[in-house]
Design a protein around this ligand. Structure first.
Ligand code: SF4
Length: 177
């Protein structure tokens, strides 16, 4: 079912990473949206491990990718049904991972693709989380997308979180030095 025209995804340019960051730390979202992608250049060990896990997991599977302007989505197709796959290293930010995957489902459904579920794989802990698109997810997703847009439009970043997780964040030096 196509989305409400009030949300123009092409205009927003929102990636799956941005949706995840919105649920983890809005300052991180803001910094990332300005091109400060420290997780790709800092050598953050967790991020690199996540990328390696992703590559080794999927080279054994026959999977395909949907590519939009801002995101690429791994999926498997069974008949008319499409199932989205995401690989993550740690379950620490599971809620953010769930909404990132739901964003992919939202994008696919917006293109008329028959998709209402997916799986997040955590190979390091040999676990997986099944995600199902719920009745009120469309509203929640559109609310989140509007909020993401508001955050990235702010002229200055949100305040630092001052939380324990900051010490393991790729943006730590930037936020606290
Ligand atoms: S260090 Fe903390 S405040 Fe800064 S981006 Fe990371 S999580 Fe957010």
């Amino acid at each position: 079912m196509p989305h409400d025209e009030a949300i123009s995804l092409e205009q927003l340019g929102i990636t799956g990473t941005m949706v995840a960051y919105y649920f983890i730390c809005q300052r991180k979202l803001w910094l990332f949206s300005k091109g400060l992608n420290l997780e790709n250049i800092s050598g953050n060990v967790d991020v690199i491990k996540g990328k390696i896990l992703h590559e080794s997991r999927f080279k054994r599977e026959t999977h395909k990718e949907f590519a939009f302007d801002t995101v690429k989505i791994d999926f498997l197709r069974f008949g008319e049904q499409v199932f989205v796959h995401e690989v993550k290293k740690s379950k620490k930010f599971e809620k953010a991972h769930v909404w990132q995957l739901k964003y992919y489902i939202y994008l696919l459904r917006g293109q008329g693709v028959n998709c209402s579920s997916g799986v997040i794989h955590y190979p390091a802990s040999m676990r997986k989380v099944e995600v199902t698109w719920e009745d009120d997810d469309n509203l929640c997703m559109e609310h989140a997308l509007k909020s993401i847009n508001q955050v990235v439009e702010e002229p200055v970043p949100p305040a630092v979180l001052n939380k324990k997780m900051c010490s393991r964040c790729a943006y730590f030096d930037f936020c606290y030095s």
